[in-house]
Design a protein around this ligand. Structure first.
Ligand SMILES: [Zn+2]
Length: 129
């Protein structure tokens, strides 16, 4: 196939279109453009799935990286309970917000490496690069 899985992984993890490798698939911090500005590939076909997956990974990361360490500190009496709660809430929100585009790239990477034949460039009859 014209676009290999390792190319797809490299492109999506650097925030580029999996199909043509161009930058600019992000409309803003939290959203993708409906289609790639370079090749026109539909990016919103699985939109709800992408965003749902990204939010889920964000929750899991927040629990592992913020909530659990804060709980341990509270249990060990290194941190007051209400301060711990406040840090947990603010920290989780910040983590999810700051990492959102990175996580979205991971979800795109997972989706398109698993379904590499779904890319327009990999469909039979398309122009090879
Ligand atoms: Zn593209």
């Amino acid at each position: 196939m014209p676009v290999t899985r390792s190319q797809i992984a490299h492109r999506t993890l650097t925030g580029r279109c999996p199909n043509c490798g161009r930058f600019g698939i992000f409309k803003n911090w939290f959203r993708l453009h409906p289609a790639c500005p370079g090749c026109g590939m539909q990016l919103e076909k699985e939109e709800s799935g992408f965003y749902f997956g990204t939010t889920s990974i964000g929750y899991v990361l927040a629990i592992v990286l913020v909530i659990i360490p804060v709980c341990i500190l509270v249990v060990l009496d290194k941190l007051g309970m209400w301060l711990g709660v406040a840090i947990g809430i603010v920290g989780s929100l910040l983590l999810c917000t700051l990492l959102y585009p990175v996580l979205l790239c991971w979800v795109l990477m997972l989706y398109y490496t698993v379904q590499a034949d779904e890319l327009p460039a990999n469909r039979p009859g398309s122009d090879d690069e």
